[in-house]
Design a protein around this ligand. Structure first.
Ligand code: SF4
Ligand code: FES
Length: 256
């Protein structure tokens, strides 16, 4: 395989939330196949800055698949063509010489575009503020093994905790629902004894914050699971729904 490829980039440019936005094309010869996708955008931006043009705004932080910031659509797929991979972990060897690569921000009413590829995900913060926390008594840290937890439960809670809050599930959903994100947070807490104190109010408050933020309803299409870079299972949505119904009825929820 050649060490470099020549790409034609089609990138969404939008000055601010009020701007209509449009695609602009950029010729990118000599892209190293060893670069990450974000490094390729860095090279483009260096070039744009040298030419006194406005660089493309995009979000990133860890570049290790942890923070969830590097959210963008690449050729119609959230985080690009590779399953279970964030944009920052995607490498240019997965693109073909001469390919046109279309790059867009998330499209969802609850995630307004701030600039170019950067969207405002404050709506996720509001859901977490509403119920994504646990109450802890102050004092010395409890010994790590003081509360025994079954292996199967801790594994499932750990899988749910892998959600990085990137928002791909919302962007991929035709209803722009944030159910997978919310269900991952609820599962993580509902499966562990530490999450018991707020168990009933959590789901109710989070659902209210979800709807207030303008996210849509879940119709179980599975698009969220297919595009999630952390492969969070939609079975967590089933747990969320169970928790929600029981909390609405004021009934004790049995842990499953
Ligand atoms: S559930 Fe997956 S797609 Fe949705 S925010 Fe979490 S990591 Fe991202
Ligand atoms: S930059 Fe942090 S997950 Fe991609």
């Amino acid at each position: 395989m050649s060490e470099t490829i020549h790409l034609n980039l089609r990138i969404w440019r939008q000055k601010n939330e009020g701007d209509k936005g449009r695609f602009e094309t950029y010729d990118m010869p000599g892209v190293s196949t060893h670069m990450s996708f974000l490094e390729m955008l860095d090279v483009l931006n260096d070039k744009l800055i040298k030419e006194n043009q406005d660089p493309v705004a995009f979000d990133h932080d860890c570049r290790e698949g942890i923070c969830g910031m590097c959210s963008m659509y690449i050729n119609g797929r959230a985080h690009g063509p590779l399953k279970g991979t964030t944009t920052c972990q995607l490498h240019m060897r997965h693109f073909q010489n001469g390919e046109t690569v279309t790059i867009e921000p998330w499209r969802a009413e609850a995630f307004p575009v701030i600039k170019d590829l950067v969207v405002d995900r404050t709506a996720f913060e509001k859901i977490i503020q509403a119920g994504g926390y646990i109450s802890v008594s102050t004092g010395n840290a409890v010994d790590a093994n003081a509360i025994p937890i079954e292996k199967a439960k801790s594994d499932e809670a750990f899988d749910a905790a892998a959600c990085i809050g990137c928002g791909a599930c919302v962007a991929a959903c035709k209803n722009a629902s944030a159910m997978l994100f919310m269900a991952a947070k609820v599962s993580q807490l509902a499966l562990l004894p530490q999450g018991d104190a707020e168990r009933k109010v959590r789901v109710l408050k989070m659902m209210e914050a979800h709807d207030d933020a303008g996210f849509g309803s879940c119709t179980n299409t599975g698009a969220c699971e297919a595009e999630c870079p952390k492969e969070i299972s939609i079975s967590h949505i089933a747990r969320f729904n169970r928790e929600y119904v029981m909390a609405s009825l004021g009934t004790e929820v049995t842990k499953k």
